[in-house]
Design a protein around this ligand. Structure first.
Ligand SMILES: Cc1cc2nc3c(=O)[nH]c(=O)nc-3n(C[C@H](O)[C@H](O)[C@H](O)COP(=O)(O)OP(=O)(O)OC[C@H]3O[C@@H](n4cnc5c(N)ncnc54)[C@H](O)[C@@H]3O)c2cc1C
Length: 367
């Protein structure tokens, strides 16, 4: 009988495990793979705040490059956004392994289902049953634990990324190519290596085409694939079952980064467990991030409905005001930038109309 079982030892399950240990709770983790950090399904780009706001020390050993801005391409137009040390390129395998140090993890154990027996849960795995009074689903985008919490239909995007031996155009800037409805990223590692990828419905095909069209040459060293959940839902808990990280869709719908948000989710849950106020977790999450995530999802939907001309106009508008992003942009909260642009005295009527469309689409029906 264990007090608390965490299904999944990705970065968010392990981070929660460490936070709980710090508070005197010793969770048991169940992990289907045989080691931490493998297979990788992540571009490994994290904002500086991941390291600044963490509640446990994170080793800087896993940082392999420092990013000082982004170069955004739209057709033949290009915009440079310079922000010193805005993000890091990390070695996800090292990052995950460090987070999992000294935790009790049952590797090569696949979670299969849950049964409630009185006040306890029987956690069924392919290595036998475990008993617990609290179960936490940190089992990623295709979470099985989620099925015991939420009947919501989930939508996903598939991602593919290649690691390539190829000299990047910029050694400390991330390149983003907007090709509606998606965007491609090129992230420079050190030593003439890049991570290049896309999330779409047909990512492998799209990425190969992109590489061919852009005439990017170099050896492909590794290929990764993964999924991101796009549906935000609440509640993210039921009785004594809780979801965190990708299983709870705790990730940014515009750029699909999940590590920062998942860590905030884990902190909230650890705090609620420590206070023995488990019912507070889901409302707390919704209160802190629900609106922001809802707006970002709406903005995403609207982006698909914008005409190519609208997108060009927004791009030109933002390009002229790059200083606003450089001074006030928040890598982890994109919605706040819309307000910064609105406050700009040079905001033309035309752009106001497009921004108005975005804001209107983000409000509840009827407003
Ligand atoms: C292509 C791509 C690029 C991305 N790039 C970035 C990025 O640059 N920056 C960023 O912040 N985020 C990025 N993300 C998102 C990021 O990878 C996730 O948000 C993050 O990994 C979530 O961590 P997690 O611990 O919630 O889930 P996961 O990392 O998915 O971990 C879940 C764990 O649960 C285990 N598991 C699953 N099912 C079971 C089961 N039935 N039994 C036992 N164990 C199970 C898995 O093996 C895994 O170890 C990207 C995602 C994709 C797909």
């Amino acid at each position: 009988m264990h007090e608390l079982i965490i299904i999944g030892s990705g970065p968010i399950g392990c981070y929660l495990g460490q936070l709980l240990k710090k508070r005197g709770v010793s969770p048991v983790l169940i992990e289907e793979h045989k080691e931490l950090g493998k297979p990788i399904h992540c571009a490994g780009l994290v904002g500086r705040k991941v390291f600044e706001e963490t509640h446990i020390p994170l080793s800087s050993d896993c940082i392999i490059n420092t990013i000082n801005g982004a170069v955004i391409h739209l057709e033949d137009d290009v915009m440079h956004i310079r922000r010193k040390e805005v993000a890091y390129v990390i070695d996800r395998e090292k990052f995950d392994k460090k987070l999992g140090e000294n935790l009790t993890i049952h590797f090569e154990t696949k979670f299969l289902g849950l049964e409630k027996e009185g006040a306890r849960y029987i956690v069924e795995t392919d290595k036998g049953d475990f008993e617990a009074d609290t179960v936490i689903g940190a089992d990623g985008a295709k979470s099985l634990v989620r099925e015991f919490v939420s009947p919501n239909h989930m939508s996903y995007l598939k991602g593919v990324q290649f690691r390539m031996e190829c000299k990047p155009h910029y050694s400390d800037m991330v390149e983003v190519y907007i090709e509606k409805p998606h965007f491609y990223w090129i992230i420079p590692e050190a030593n003439n290596r890049i991570r290049i990828g896309v999330l779409s419905q047909t990512p492998y095909h799209d990425l190969l085409n992109f590489i061919k069209e852009r005439k990017l040459e170099g050896t492909i060293l590794e290929k990764f694939a993964g999924m991101v959940p796009l549906t935000h839902f609440a509640p993210i808990s039921k009785e004594r079952i809780f979801l965190i990280g990708d299983s709870a869709s705790q990730l940014k719908p515009l750029t699909y980064g999940g590590i920062y948000m998942g860590m905030r989710g884990a902190e909230m849950l650890a705090e609620c467990i420590a206070r023995r106020d488990l019912a507070a977790y889901s409302p707390l999450w919704t209160k802190r991030f629900g609106r922001e995530l809802g707006m970002a999802l709406k903005a995403r939907e609207l982006f698909f409905r914008l005409t190519d001309d609208d997108v060009r106009r927004i791009f030109a508008f933002v390009k002229k005001r790059v200083a606003i992003i450089e001074e006030r942009g928040d890598f982890e909260n994109h919605a706040s930038l819309v307000w910064e642009f609105l406050k700009d005295p040079g905001t033309s009527k035309e752009i106001l109309n497009i921004l108005f469309k975005i804001i209107k689409a983000s409000l509840p029906n009827g407003l």
